[in-house]
Design a protein around this ligand. Structure first.
Ligand code: ATP
Length: 219
């Protein structure tokens, strides 16, 4: 069996805590690191290993053997300098995959230039998701995969109810694909073209943002 990925999470604010706790719940080994003693204590019951350390100190990172982790998440927030310096050191030490949390676009650009493999913007992305959910009542969740590509979870748009997926023809009309349908406990992945859309159905759709937006407007 393939060896399970080893994760380290640096910075145990609300975001880092949630990442670390979720990974641990999913059965992964997680090392949670924070310079603050209380933060370290607060997570100790949820993850396999905790360490109090300042990750802007190269020697501390080396002592932790940080380069042996497959993925390291930099979730330091307010202290942008510490966030950037930590990312830089992780890259220099040869961490294979670095995920770094950015406060804004400029910060994100810098992290990418320093070699972060993935830059995340939790506040911005959650804002977008909540707003999409507010403006159209049928949108249950929304994720921007890239500026032009979105994934949405929508309750069946009224004009489509009673039609089969083939009849709805969303690919030709809106340039989107229905990748899954949820009906109660039943999950259809992928749904058959002959499947009729029922009122209680939830559709998971991926496609060009403009097309997805038109579907959202049905709500
Ligand atoms: P969130 O929004 O996720 O709650 P935040 O953006 O407000 O977090 P902070 O609370 O500023 O982020 O930072 C997250 C954690 O990072 C804090 O617990 C802080 O102690 C830790 N941290 C800050 N600097 C360092 C450092 N140099 N080394 C290790 N941990 C650090």
């Amino acid at each position: 069996m393939a060896k399970k990925k080893q994760f380290a999470v640096i910075g145990l604010g609300r975001f880092g805590f949630s990442v670390a706790q979720t990974l641990a719940k999913a059965g992964y080994d997680v090392l949670a690191i924070d310079s603050n003693e209380e933060s370290v204590q607060g997570i100790s019951e949820f993850v396999s290993h905790v360490v109090q350390a300042d990750t802007t100190d190269e020697n501390s990172l080396k002592a932790l053997g940080i380069r042996n982790f497959d993925v390291v998440v930099v979730a330091i927030g307010e202290n942008v300098q510490a966030n950037i310096l930590t990312t830089l050191l992780l890259k220099e030490l040869g961490v294979p995959y670095i995920v770094a949390k950015a406060k804004n676009e400029l910060h994100g650009k810098m992290l990418a230039k320093l070699g972060a493999d993935r830059v995340v913007y939790p506040e911005r992305d959650m804002g977008v998701r909540v707003a999409h959910n507010l403006v159209s009542s049928n949108v249950m969740d929304y994720i921007a995969l890239s500026p032009n590509l979105s994934l949405v979870e929508v309750s069946a748009p009224k004009p489509l109810i009673g039609k089969s997926l083939a009849e709805a023809n969303l690919r030709a009309k809106y340039g989107v694909n229905v990748v899954a349908m949820k009906r109660g406990d039943q999950l259809m992945v992928p749904p058959m073209p002959s499947e009729k859309i029922l009122e209680e159905d939830v559709m998971i759709i991926v496609g060009a943002s403009a097309g997805v937006q038109k579907l959202e407007d049905f709500g």
